[in-house]
Design a binder for this molecule. Structure first.
Ligand code: SAH
Ligand code: SF4
Length: 336
């Protein structure tokens, strides 16, 4: 919803101040679909606002898959860029929406479909929030609600920090969407200023670091950004973050066959995390083949890798794969 334009409009029409509150509640909380649905408004007011856009994103298509249950949303922005979000429906009743922060991404990670696409542009705060609102509206039909939000769709959130932090405030604001910070996670490829800002401005929001390699040389080969933010400075920033927030950090690790999945990589990863292992959690992600450069590690290798970490006292999970068959899993989002 274009709040600034609405404020101006309501002022021009000399409406009482509670009209704005009603509009915001209708959009963020009652999840209504448009101006015409605000039943507490007189018809002439609804008509007068009809020229303002209700949603900055147009929902083009929804692709659903059954096991595990998930849905991919394809949106179009006003300037005709396509972006995607994913809703993952967990068996325990939680519903996680995975949202995009940019159309495309400039980071060029060699295993990621979004990275191959390059950057279109940053999404506005309203476009970021609208993905959550539209997912929440869609969930209403099955009496579900959004319980978790992850910034793990298209784009690097900390390359669009002002809009991402503004979206975070709206998503957490009890007068807007009102989800608790601890139910929101941001994933970054390691943009240090963003990590520092998160510690200051939203310390309760969960941080996930896309690590993917325990050693600088290997990391720089698979993620070009590691040349700008080197592993030792990144680890320093993470220690700083831990000291400030005392929150757990999740380390994401995409398992690439023969590249980063060897026994020595696991040992090196354990060495890297060992002195703050009580605050570290490793998530081994199955690689979703997006190009011919890499192959996923097999299950046996993944298990072995996980066991080494466990033996070293490091918490590790293997991410269950959501939405693979609808091209909605990690790193597969890339609409043109
Ligand atoms: N740009 C941010 C957030 C979006 S990517 C980041 O990189 O952290 C979300 C996660 O998907 C990251 O951990 C990313 O490394 C992972 N990912 C990217 N491509 C993938 C692929 N092809 N298979 C599995 N995971 C992938
Ligand atoms: Fe961008 Fe994340 Fe993909 Fe890397 S993995 S290219 S940072 S979206």
């Amino acid at each position: 919803m274009e709040i600034k334009a609405l404020q101006i409009k309501l002022k021009q029409l000399e409406t009482p101040s509670y009209r704005l509150k009603q509009a915001l509640r209708s959009y963020y909380q009652d999840l209504l679909g448009g101006w015409e649905e605000i039943s507490t408004w007189p018809k002439d007011l609804r008509d007068a606002c009809a020229e303002l856009s209700w949603s900055p994103l147009t929902l083009i298509d929804v692709f659903e898959s059954k096991e595990p249950a998930s849905a991919k949303f394809l949106f179009e922005t006003k300037d005709k860029l396509r972006i995607e979000s994913v809703v993952m429906r967990h068996k325990d009743g939680r519903n996680t929406v995975c949202i995009s922060s940019q159309a495309g991404c400039s980071m060029g990670c060699t295993f990621c479909a979004t990275g191959a696409q390059g950057l279109g542009r940053n999404l506005t705060a309203e476009e970021i929030v609208d993905q959550v609102i539209q997912a929440a509206r869609w969930l209403v039909a099955s009496k579900g609600r959004v319980t978790n939000i992850v910034f793990m769709g298209m784009g690097e959130p900390f390359n669009n920090p002002d809009n991402v932090f503004s979206a975070l405030r709206t998503l957490m604001d009890p007068d807007a969407f009102g989800l608790g910070a601890r139910h929101i996670s941001i994933s970054t490829c390691g943009i240090i200023p963003g990590i520092q800002r998160l510690a200051k401005e939203a310390p309760q929001v969960n941080l996930a670091i896309s690590l993917h390699a325990p050693e600088q040389g290997l990391r720089a080969r698979i993620m070009p950004i590691a040349k700008a933010y080197q592993l030792d400075t990144l680890m320093h920033a993470i220690r700083d973050y831990l000291q400030r927030t005392n929150r757990k950090v999740m380390f994401e690790y995409v398992m690439l066959k023969g590249i980063n999945d060897k026994v020595e990589n696991a040992e090196e990863l354990a060495d890297l995390l060992t002195d703050f292992r009580h605050l570290a959690h490793v998530n081994l992600i199955k690689y979703h083949a997006t190009n011919s450069k890499y192959e996923p590690s097999n299950q046996e290798t993944r298990r072995k890798f996980a066991n080494i970490l466990k033996r070293r006292g490091i918490a590790v999970t293997e991410r269950i794969s959501f939405g693979e068959e609808i091209q909605a899993a990690c790193g597969q989002l890339a609409s043109r």
